[in-house]
Design a protein. Structure first.
Length: 88
């Protein structure tokens, strides 16, 4: 959460008092909102940056395969076979 506040402070230089602690800044930049995290995410998405704070389920969007473990079906991105090593 603290990293999110620091990211938000970098994105919103003109909002809130940056001399405050991260948590106090979050409340201050929310202009008294009862939901400052929601307000910050809303401002960030309106600006086109996406949500600063985002919580996903631990397995959201993950597949059961390991990266690089299989063959590519995209011919231009497929790895070309390596040249044999000449040890002689």
């Amino acid at each position: 959460m603290l990293a999110g506040v620091h990211r938000a402070k970098a994105l919103f230089l003109d909002r809130g008092d940056h001399r405050l602690t991260p948590w106090q800044w979050l409340i201050d930049m929310g202009d008294g909102s009862a939901r400052p995290v929601y307000r910050l995410n809303r401002l960030s998405t309106i600006a086109g940056w996406g949500a600063v704070f985002c919580a996903l389920a631990p397995d959201a969007g993950r597949r059961n395969t390991k990266a690089g473990g299989g063959s590519s079906h995209d011919i231009p991105s497929a790895r070309m076979p390596r040249q044999p090593i000449d040890s002689g």
